[in-house]
Design a binder for this molecule. Structure first.
Ligand code: BES
Ligand code: ZN
Ligand code: ZN
Length: 512
């Protein structure tokens, strides 16, 4: 997938000197009266902006938009007002959302060269760099499309916004904004990479192909990559992972990506583990057919880890991080594992497979053991794991679980900074009942409708020992059913930005 062609540049230029197709004017709800260049523009437009505000046709509510056609009075054809809401409630995420909505509207109007004004309003406590970074993220995330299989759209330059110019008043600012834009570009491109992988159909994106794409990312961004095949995993004793894989003709892979920032010899400060089920039919405990096509996205956790590792490498974060992805396909066949089978994970734990559709925790158990064996000092896993988390939190917040207060707070903080909402769910010992087996150390499901997301998390907890760990269940947040804000319809790429932010936090504290 070619990266979005949108070029984003800061320029020290007055609003009315910009020559292009459209100008975006962000406005604060109940903000101060029009001043400076904004007042001048309003005068050129014979008071049109002041009038819309006075008549409350446009109030500046979050992501509210109002389009003006200045005709020949300005050097742009479209002037788009976007609302940022009240100054006291302004957050980076509001800027991402508003920018994305504005650009998507301008795309349908075929605007190609667009500018956004920065200096005409008071942005309150937000720093210029934060504003530039979040505008960049909003633009690139909001304009992203997955259309490589659509003939009429493919390579159609008419459907692109070509450039976005950030208009600011002085040259000094331009340099710092350039850096911030660069950061925003990396975060957005990492997320879009994950989205593309997730949207890719399962006939194309098999475990082998996922490994090939991960290797490609590694080559481009300077990560070390290693891929283990079935034999290598057998030698390591990864019986839980291999049991899931045995029903498919597409062989499994274990993908390892490594970024050696900071101390080269130290153990990895961060181990990221992503569920990579390239298609989940449920196995012998087969799923209902309605909606089963979305199960091509059961590797959204893997994609989040690949995207995050890309971002960590591109930003050259001074941290040693490793990404581990168990990649398998979960299909029913004559060689598939059966309900009632007992498998043995890499650390010797025996598991009774009650339901072959609870395959995520099986492959993650071996991947978590492996990542611990690599010496990771912290573990964060990301997985489209349970329907239960959707019942609990819908598609607004990602559910998370943790055995460590410090890491939990760091992950929570990273989510807040990036606008990816999280909510912690409990892991009390009493829930252990859900996964006690009569004939093995653990069973992979139990309890029916009782707390299935927690049962799954308790299961994973067995494989992390005393290593600080966070489990992110993204089953409610990986897919967007209707385009909204900076999320187009389809895969969201959720947790990529949170994980990169987490790595940056750990790096800035020089975590060991
Ligand atoms: N990949 C699914 C998660 C899922 C569940 C996606 C429901 C979409 C809808 C996971 O592997 C799964 O099948 N989980 C089951 C486990 C159950 C069989 C214990 C679930 O949560 O329903
Ligand atoms: Zn499943
Ligand atoms: Zn699954």
């Amino acid at each position: 997938m070619p990266p979005s062609a949108l070029r984003i540049t800061p320029t020290a230029q007055e609003l009315f000197d910009f020559r292009g197709d459209a100008l975006i004017l962000p406005l604060i709800e109940e903000g101060e009266p029009l001043r400076g260049p904004l007042k001048k523009i309003d005068e050129i437009l014979l008071g049109a902006i002041a009038r819309t505000l006075r008549r409350k046709v446009f109030r500046g509510k979050p992501s509210e938009r109002y389009l003006l056609h200045p005709s020949t009075r300005l050097s742009v054809q479209q002037l788009l007002l976007i609302g940022l809401g009240k100054a006291s409630e302004l957050t980076p995420d509001r800027i991402r959302q508003a920018t994305a909505e504005a650009l998507r509207q301008l795309l349908t109007l075929k605007s190609r060269r667009v500018a956004i004004a920065l200096d005409h309003i008071d942005w309150g406590h937000l720093a210029g760099e934060t504003i530039a970074q979040t505008i960049t993220e909003g633009a690139l995330l909001g304009l992203h499309r997955f259309d490589s299989y659509k003939h009429e759209e493919r390579g159609n330059g008419d459907r692109e916004v070509e450039s976005l110019t950030l208009l600011c008043s002085d040259r000094e600012t331009v340099r710092s904004l350039k850096r911030a834009i660069g950061r925003g570009e990396t975060l957005a491109r990492a997320t879009n990479l994950a989205r593309d992988l997730i949207n890719e159909p399962a006939n194309v994106l098999t475990p082998t192909e996922l490994a090939a794409r991960a290797r490609d990312v590694a080559r481009r961004y300077g990560l070390a990559a290693e891929v283990l095949d079935r034999d290598a995993m057998r030698r390591l004793g990864m019986g839980a992972l291999l049991g899931v894989a045995q029903g498919s003709a597409n062989p499994p892979r274990l993908i390892i990506l490594r970024h050696r920032g900071g101390d080269d010899h130290a153990q990895p400060a961060l181990g990221l583990v992503g569920k990579g089920v390239t298609f989940d039919a449920g196995g012998i405990s087969i799923k209902a057919s309605e909606g089963m096509e979305t199960m091509k996205g059961d590797m959204a956790g893997a994609a989040a880890v690949i995207g995050a590792m890309m971002g960590i490498a591109a930003l050259r974060l001074p941290i040693h991080a490793v990404g581990v992805i168990p990649a398998v396909e979960n299909l029913p066949s004559g060689s598939a594992q059966r309900p009632g089978d007992i498998v043995r994970a890499m650390d010797g734990t025996t598991i009774e497979v009650i339901n072959t559709d609870a395959e995520g925790r099986l492959i993650l158990s071996d991947a978590l053991c492996y990542t611990r064996r690599l010496g990771a000092r912290r573990l964060v896993d990301v997985a489209t794991l349970t329907g239960g988390v959707v019942v609990a939190l819908g598609s607004v917040r990602t559910g998370f679980f943790s055995n460590d207060r410090t890491l939990a707070q760091q992950v929570q903080g990273a989510g807040e900074a990036t606008g990816e909402k999280l909510w912690e769910l409990p892991l009390d010992d009493e829930y252990e009942e859900l996964i006690k087996s009569d004939c093995a150390d653990l069973k992979n499901t139990g309890g029916g409708k009782k707390a299935p997301a927690i049962g799954a998390a308790r299961f994973l907890k067995h494989f992390v020992g005393d290593t600080p760990w966070v489990h992110l269940d993204i089953n409610g947040t990986w897919l967007q059913e209707k385009a909204q804000g900076y999320q187009p319809k389809g895969a969201t790429g959720v947790m990529v930005r949170t994980l990169i932010h987490l790595a940056a936090t750990l790096a800035s504290g020089r975590a060991r």
